[in-house]
Design a protein. Structure first.
Lengths: 112, 112
């Protein structure tokens, strides 16, 4: 059974730093992987989606990479800002006929 | 393009009351699903639908009912509310092949 893990559960870094959020999954045979952002009391906002055939996707200061063989994805945030403070969730779709599986997220706090 | 719309945003119920959480999407997505999010538990799948007239149970279906009479709408019914159903509820939709998910903004439900 596919499991998605995000470590650490919480992270605080000073403003301006580049940072990496980690996501690991137990079964390397995935269809695609999606990163979400959730602000307190709000819904999930999709950040990036990586198809199984892709190695990375970029959007602005965000870059997500995918290494299926090692069962890992990373979300790189460049030049962090206080507005980046949120919970970041990684989710895996095992195959095109299967349901999305979420990690429990990393709560990120950017210190001004 | 509204995406996924959930109503209401907040609701307080008394134990034993029933209510319906509404979810509508305008992206012509075949797949729709309901999740609840509780502290430390992550997102848990309640019910899902792969198309109009087809629904199925997720991880935590007890106490909830769904129907899918149209592609656009996927209401979640609480039959007899219990304090254990206090949670934040999210509706999500996706294409039939699960290529990326879109979430609503959530309904915060308190059962007293």
């Amino acid at each position: 059974k596919q499991e998605v893990t995000q470590i650490p559960a919480a992270l605080s870094v000073p403003e301006g730093e580049n940072l990496v959020l980690n996501c690991s999954f137990t079964d390397s045979a995935i269809y695609n992987l999606q990163w979400f952002r959730q602000d307190p009391g709000k819904g999930l906002t999709s950040l990036l989606l990586i198809q199984s055939s892709q190695r990375e996707q970029t959007s602005g200061r965000l870059n997500a990479s995918l290494d299926k063989s090692s069962g890992r994805s990373t979300l790189y945030i460049a030049a962090s800002q206080p507005g980046d403070s949120a919970t970041y969730l990684c989710a895996v779709i095992p195959n095109r006929d299967d349901k999305i599986i979420f990690g429990k997220g990393t709560r990120l706090h950017i210190l001004p | 393009n509204a995406g996924v719309t959930q109503t209401p945003k907040f609701q307080v119920l008394k134990t034993g009351q029933s209510m319906t959480l509404q979810c509508a999407q305008d992206m012509n997505h075949e797949y729709m699903s309901w999740y609840r999010q509780d502290p430390g538990m992550g997102l848990r799948l309640i019910h899902y639908s792969v198309g109009a007239g087809i629904t199925d149970q997720g991880e935590v279906p007890n106490g909830y009912n769904v129907s899918r009479s149209t592609t656009e709408d996927f209401p979640l019914r609480l039959l007899s509310a219990a304090p254990s159903q206090t949670s934040v509820y999210f509706c999500a939709s996706s294409t039939a092949n699960h290529y990326g998910y879109t979430f609503g903004s959530g309904t915060r439900l308190t059962v007293v």
